[in-house]
Design a protein around this ligand. Structure first.
Ligand code: SAM
Length: 346
């Protein structure tokens, strides 16, 4: 019979004499940021992400439990991880999520969430009370009809209400826009205009080849093409100081309150400063968004792996992280068939 991880929350484990107290990879980078996908289910069906009928969703028993996530998080925090981002699927569709956020808030100094926001307003204040106060809100269009066309759900107003609620409270918010050639690439200027008077970062993401046999290449617009399109309306947009380890290249229109970023998700030009570690809802740890090989932690957790053994395993795993997403794809994947982003968390 499988043993369950102890439910104790107050550590009898501190301080643990880990041999390697930081998660360094073979290229000298430190992994300090966990992207935690808590579910593969989502209340939207974005065309570039998931098929209409969904995917083969994980059974509940195959998801990491909250206790398992907390146990793992404690070990990661001791190895130097200081930031967690909840993602999915739609993280807010995981039942009882505030309870998990409360637990994670005791472990990580920084907490963030990537969400479509539809389910956010009723729990926003509770989550802020637990220390969750950075949001990336996914919104690919400012037009209600297009929102339906892209997400296959009539929820534009839900996401917009979440945006208003976040800005009203002064919570740090970024909008994530996946740029889709021929669908929303005529709206880049409108999104940039949102940053004029709002303390808001708008980030344009290169579409990645998920959920499409031919690799979605017809949707792809490069960083350079996006910038050229923005310059048609805002010719003086200029590079801005970005955050360390940021996944985006930062720009600002002079005099505007907010910033603009471009995330080269497909061209992968920012891998050099990557500090990320990923955990899927089924407990696979991945070093890269382009990884298909990871460590399956769920069975080990259910067999009662100890903290030191877990720390050693993760430390060795991170050491093997490849230099770039291109290397990861070349060395780990046989074709260009990706799973849906919903089981990795973006
Ligand atoms: N449901 C949440 C949301 O909508 O923000 C979190 C999960 S979603 C998979 C995380 C991010 O991945 C979103 O910003 C989404 O737009 C982005 N994403 C999904 N599929 C993508 C693709 N094929 N290319 C680029 N970004 C993608």
């Amino acid at each position: 019979m499988l043993m369950r991880v102890s439910r104790e929350t107050k550590p009898a484990y501190l301080p643990v004499p880990y041999l390697y107290p930081v998660l360094k990879d073979q290229h000298g980078r430190q992994s300090t940021y966990l992207r935690l996908a808590v579910t593969d289910r989502c209340n939207l069906r974005c065309r570039y992400c998931m098929p209409e009928e969904g995917i083969d969703f994980a059974a509940r028993k195959d998801l990491l439990t909250f206790e398992e996530i907390i146990f793992l998080s404690e070990v990661l925090a001791e190895l130097g991880v200081n930031k967690v981002r909840l993602t999915g699927g739609e993280p807010l569709s995981r039942k009882g999520l505030p309870k998990l956020v409360k637990g994670l808030g005791r472990i990580f100094p920084e907490m963030a969430m990537t969400t479509n926001g539809v389910l956010l307003p009723p729990v926003l204040d509770e989550l802020a009370g637990y220390g969750l106060n950075h949001y990336n809100l996914s919104l690919d269009t400012l037009r209600e009809d297009r929102f339906f066309q892209i997400t296959r759900r009539d929820e534009f107003n839900g996401t917009w209400r979440a945006l208003e609620a976040l800005l009203e409270r002064g919570i740090k918010t970024k909008i994530n826009v996946v740029v889709l050639k021929g669908t929303n690439d005529d709206e880049l200027g409108d999104f940039v205009a949102l940053t004029k008077d709002r303390k808001l970062d708008v980030r344009f993401i290169e579409a990645m080849p998920f959920n499409d046999d031919d690799g979605n290449h017809h949707l792809y617009l490069s960083h350079g093409e996006m910038l050229a399109s923005i310059r048609e309306r805002f010719p003086d947009i200029a590079p801005d100081a970005g955050e360390a380890h940021s996944s985006s290249v930062a720009y600002r229109v002079p005099g505007f309150t907010g910033t603009v970023g471009i995330i080269p998700a497909y061209s992968r030009s920012l891998c050099g400063s990557c500090n990320r570690l990923r955990l899927t809802p089924k407990g696979t740890m991945l070093n890269c968004l382009y990884s298909t090989k990871g460590i399956e932690l769920l069975p080990l957790l259910r067999q009662g792996i100890g903290r030191q053994d877990l720390a050693d395993l993760i430390t060795a795993f991170v050491m093997g992280k490849h230099k770039t997403g291109h290397d990861t794809q070349r060395l780990e994947q046989s074709g260009n068939i990706f799973a849906s982003m919903t089981s990795i968390g973006g």
